[in-house]
Design a protein around this ligand. Structure first.
Ligand SMILES: Nc1ncnc2c1ncn2[C@@H]1O[C@H](COP(=O)(O)OP(=O)(O)O)[C@@H](O)[C@H]1O
Ligand SMILES: [Mg+2]
Length: 239
């Protein structure tokens, strides 16, 4: 459903992504792993259009998005949970959730109040803590709760593809487990396609069906998660 072909991306003069090919099947749960600084975040930012391709092609369900703006891409169904979460700390949990609607396609996701509330209720079911804390400031939440809020906010737009950048980074184990269960559930029950970047290999092995490994801006290995063996870990992940 997401196709990335021959993608080359630069930061100024620095050539970061090199000839990246990535095919994410409909309904799958896929992880992208690799050491710090190899280009994982750059790839996610290129998929959502925050960085533009120097070469190559990006398409979602057959529709070419290579030249599309970030707004157009999110309205096409790509949602993004950034590394570090980027919650608005001065806005309430409720207001942060509403911002997720800005990314929604006008026609598909209704902006009528009752329907927004209903949509929010389905997300509160996934993350009950967000309902309890709906009136609190985003900045009052713990790191794990903010991550749940960032995921909830992304789901407000009813995306087809959810991208997450290091969702467990700096989060306490009990919330990591909740996040894992929720992502697994929305993938299984709603068929949402998920691509996530992650350093926590335990989490990766439990959640992902397929993996891709990045090294110096190239995808160098990948396959069904069972094939993520110690030799690959030693070669591409151990510092
Ligand atoms: N804003 C930026 N300007 C210039 N270079 C950057 C910028 N952000 C990241 N880079 C460089 O791009 C490379 C890939 O970074 P990134 O995609 O963040 O890696 P990862 O997410 O795998 O840790 C790194 O060498 C980094 O220094
Ligand atoms: Mg990163």
């Amino acid at each position: 459903m997401l196709e990335v072909e021959n993608l080359d991306v630069y930061y100024g003069q620095s050539h970061i992504l090199r000839n990246v090919h990535l095919d994410i099947p409909q309904g799958s749960m896929v992880c992208l792993i690799g050491r710090n600084g190899v280009g994982k975040t750059t790839l996610l930012k290129s998929i959502i259009g925050l960085l533009s391709a120097k070469k190559g092609r990006i398409a979602l369900t057959g529709k070419d998005l290579t030249q599309a703006t970030p707004d157009k891409r999110s309205k096409s169904g790509i949602a993004y949970v950034p590394q570090g979460r980027e919650i608005f700390s001065g806005l309430s949990v409720y207001e942060n959730m509403l911002l997720g609607l800005e990314a929604a396609p006008q026609k598909k996701v209704s902006k009528k109040k009752a329907e927004i509330e209903a949509r929010m209720e389905t997300i509160f079911e996934l993350f009950p803590i967000l309902k309890t804390m709906a009136k609190r400031r985003g900045g009052d939440l713990s790191g794990g709760q903010q991550q749940q809020l960032a995921i909830g906010r992304a789901l407000m737009s009813e995306p087809k593809l959810l991208l997450l950048d290091e969702p467990t980074e700096g989060i306490q184990p009990s919330i990591v487990q909740e996040i894992e269960e929720t992502l697994s559930r929305i993938n299984r029950e709603q068929g949402l396609t998920i691509l996530f970047v992650e350093q926590n290999l335990e989490f990766v092995r439990r959640l992902a069906q397929q993996f891709h490994v990045m090294e110096k801006g190239r995808l160098v290995a990948g396959g069904p998660i069972q094939e993520l063996q110690q030799d690959l870990v030693a070669r591409y992940l151990t510092v």
